[in-house]
Design a protein around this ligand. Sequence first.
Ligand code: HEM
Length: 447
Amino acid sequence: MTKPALLLPPSQKPDLIGGHFRSFRKDPTGFLTRQAALGDVGYFRLGPQPGYSIFHPDLIRDILTVNAQKFIKGRALQRAKVLLGEGLLTCEGAFHLRQRRMIQPAFHRNRIAEYSRSMVEHAVRTADSWADGDVRDIDKEMMHLTLRIVGQTLFSADVEDEADEVGQAMTTVTELFNFLLLPFSEWLQRIPIPPTRRFNRARDTFNSIIFGMIDERRRSGEDKGDLLSMLLLAQDEDDASVMTDEQVRDEVLTLFLAGHETTANAMVWTWYLLSQNAEKEAHLHAELEQVLCGRSPTIDDIPQLKYTEAVFAESMRLFPPAWTVGRLSIEDHEVGEYSVPSGSLLLASQYVLHRDPRFWDQPESFIPERWEMQSVKEAGQKFIYFPFGGGVRRCIGEGFAWTEGILLLATLAQRWKLRIVPDQKVALHPMITLRPKFGMRMVCQKR
Ligand code: HEM
């Protein structure tokens, strides 16, 4: 029996030109929240690109898991290839599966236990570097901290010396990312206008640092047992091929970028939320005192640090570092009652779903206690909570991130309370990740 013709989903009033491009770009999370009010599936247009917003957990599960083969990454990640090449985040198909197989062992539980020592060590150094009454931009502090951790744990590299240079290049790249998403940016990128030149300079910085690391390791022939050695030595099971320097560079840069900015963001918003919710903060402190009795945490403490974990989970509910997942359809597909043609952009927003009153009580409030009623795993299975995505493209660093988030929070909150400076404006800046638009200057108060 043939189905009745399916209509276009509801849509917001378009801008005068470019469909909804300007409205989306001006305030992406606001735009998506308004789309959600239209229904589980909404239509929009970004310039010539037709798009569908998806706001039902079952439909999101379908796209990310059951029918994942009908989709590739959305335009943002396609464009990120100018920086990340064919790294794990941006590559597709059989090549993605091969790379994922080769990289997966670096994220095994035993490896994360090893990494956890560096996580605490670096957090202790950060805690030692603060003085009572210091005003610090916690956005920058957390970026430095997580960058040093990913550098040391995955590449045995002390990126301390280069941390500023790399951090600056990361900031430049993420800021210019909006430029890369402009219509015609493929063309604009070929002319030496200032944003292109800044982008290229930042890319050269990464290349020189990373190719330097690869070169040094190849020359010494040393197997340090870290991710870099694994990438250089790994052979494909099928044809025994190894990765070229370019492929190793792409993976290293991908893991540097994906592995520090997201966790740093989660940490910044956690500090912000704690500063606004003194009672929850006191509960966290009480747990840390009871479980740790003043010593530094280890990975073995994590099962006891239930409230600390709930604080981190709740922070990623309200401020998911990856605020939306995008896909481009490569086949026609039915989404709910609508027919979505091949070549469409589909957006599923964690930011919106995580605040949907159909699935969450008091969705706008910071209530870590809600995770006593429902586990992260249960909420994930229902796809009402998916900070790490889902299906074959689910975050490879999820275990790393939970361990890191809990250990950093436990180490730092044991010794420090952070309070926002009075003139600090707080607003969202949804780029690749959900950053605070004006940084996050906070006063350090010794506990
Ligand atoms: C709170 C921290 C983190 C969050 C919220 C997060 C979120 C995500 C999400 C949502 C995806 C899927 C993107 C998509 O489907 O389009 C993803 C993929 C990925 N993440 Fe994470 N991530 C975090 C930490 C990390 C860490 C610590 C690493 C590495 C050390 C990492 C490495 C990656 C990589 C390589 C991918 C691509 C996986 C693939 O396609 O096979 N992430 N992440």
